[in-house]
Design a protein around this ligand. Structure first.
Ligand SMILES: NC(=O)C1=CN([C@@H]2O[C@H](COP(=O)(O)OP(=O)(O)OC[C@H]3O[C@@H](n4cnc5c(N)ncnc54)[C@H](OP(=O)(O)O)[C@@H]3O)[C@@H](O)[C@H]2O)C=CC1
Ligand SMILES: O=CC(=O)O
Length: 291
C-alpha cells in the first residue's frame, strides 16, 4: 500500500521508518524538507508539499506539533484539501483538541474524502519499536482499511466511535501523565533534600502499588539531570492546557491538572520547552533554592 506521511519530528520519523521497514511504500513530507533525507536513504520518496503527497497516496498520515500545525497542513496553500477526494483517506495522529479534529473532519469529508483521527499513546521508544497505543475515531471503514498500518505502528488500536473521542481520550490520558510527572518530580526532590538516597526511592516505588513504566524509565535519567527529549515538554504543556479546556467545557474541577499546567508553563518560561517533559523537575529545584 502507498502511504503518505506528513511530519517527521520525533514521532513521525520513527513511525515512517517502521512503515518502510515493514514493506510499505512511503512518501514523506516535512515542513523543514531536509529532515526527509534520512527517510529517503531508507527508501522513502519525497513530496514537495502535503498536496503532492496526498495526490500520490491512497492513505496519508500526519503527526504534527499542535492544533495550529494540524490545521495548517490541511487548509493552507498546497495543503491536503487541494488533493483529497473520494478515493483517498487522511489520518491525523497529532494530539489536538476535539474541535480541531472536527474542523479537519468536516473539511475532508465535504470534499468526499475519508477521515480518521488517531492520536497515539506512547513515546519515542514505543514509536521506534511499533508499540504505540492507537486511539482512533471517525470513519470505521477507513479504520478497517488502516488496520495493517496500525498493526505496524502499534501494539493495540482502539476504535472509539465518533470524531472527537480519540482526541478526548488522548487528552485525558496525557492530563493524568502530566500530573503524575509533577508528583514524581516533587517526590524525587523531597527525597534528596530530606537526606534520602533518591535511587532508593526509585527502588521502593518500583516494588509497590504505584510502580509504572514512566517512573522506571524516566527516574534514573532525571537523577542525572538528563532530559534528552522523547516527549517535548512544550507538547505536554499543550496537552494539559487542552485537557483543562475540556474540563472547563464539562464543568469538571481539576485542581491537580491546573497545578501541573502551571509547573509546565514555568518550565517553558525557564527555556526548558524543547527538553523532555521530565525537565519539569527543575521547577521544583528552583522553588526550593529561592526559599
Ligand atoms: N514525542 C512523544 O513522545 C509523543 C508525541 N505525541 C504528539 O505527536 C505530535 C508530534 O510530536 P513530536 O514528534 O514529539 O513533535 P516534534 O516537535 O518532534 O515534531 C513536530 C513536527 O510538527 C511539524 N510542524 C510544526 N509546526 C508546523 C507547521 N506550522 N506546519 C507544518 N509542520 C509543522 C514539525 O516540522 P519541522 O521539522 O519543520 O519543525 C515536525 O515535523 C504532537 O502532537 C505530540 O503531542 C504523541 C505521543 C507521544
Ligand atoms: O503523548 C505522549 C506519550 O508519551 O504518550
Amino acid at each position: 500500500m502507498d502511504v503518505g506521511f506528513l511530519g517527521l519530528g520525533i514521532m513521525g520519523k520513527a513511525m515512517s521508518m517502521n512503515l518502510l521497514k515493514n514493506g510499505f511504500k512511503v512518501t514523506v513530507w516535512n515542513r523543514t524538507l531536509s529532515k526527509c533525507n534520512e527517510l529517503v536513504a531508507h527508501g522513502a520518496s519525497v513530496g514537495q508539499t502535503p498536496a503532492e503527497v496526498v495526490k500520490k497516496c491512497k492513505i496519508t498520515i500526519a503527526i504534527l506539533s499542535d492544533p495550529a500545525a494540524a490545521l495548517s497542513v490541511v487548509f493552507d496553500k498546497d495543503g491536503v484539501l487541494e488533493e483529497i477526494c473520494s478515493s483517498k483517506g487522511y489520518i491525523d495522529m497529532s494530539t489536538v483538541d476535539p474541535e480541531t479534529s472536527c474542523k479537519i473532519s468536516e473539511a475532508i469529508t465535504s470534499k468526499g474524502g475519508h477521515f480518521l483521527e488517531a492520536p497515539v499513546s506512547g513515546s519515542k521508544q514505543p514509536a521506534e519499536t511499533g508499540q504505540l497505543v492507537i486511539l482512533a475515531a471517525g470513519e470505521k471503514a477507513l479504520y478497517e482499511e488502516a488496520v495493517p498500518v496500525f498493526d505496524v505502528l502499534g501494539k493495540k488500536s482502539f476504535f472509539l466511535g465518533q470524531i472527537g473521542n480519540g482526541a478526548k481520550m488522548k487528552l485525558v490520558v496525557n492530563m493524568i501523565m502530566g500530573s503524575m510527572m509533577n508528583a514524581f518530580s516533587e517526590g524525587l526532590v523531597l527525597a534528596e533534600r530530606s537526606g534520602l538516597n533518591p535511587h532508593n526511592l526509585l527502588d521502593v516505588l518500583d516494588l509497590g502499588g504505584i510502580a509504572n513504566p514512566m517512573f522506571r524509565g524516566k527516574g534514573p535519567a532525571m537523577l542525572q539531570d538528563n532530559y534528552s527529549p522523547a516527549f517535548p515538554l512544550k507538547h505536554q504543556q499543550k496537552d494539559v492546557r487542552l485537557a483543562l479546556a475540556l474540563g472547563d467545557e464539562n464543568a469538571v474541577s481539576m485542581p491537580v491538572a491546573a497545578a501541573a499546567n502551571e509547573a509546565f508553563k514555568k518550565a517553558r518560561n525557564m527555556g526548558l520547552g524543547d527538553l523532555d517533559f521530565s525537565a519539569v523537575v527543575e521547577t521544583v529545584k528552583v522553588l526550593k533554592h529561592s526559599s
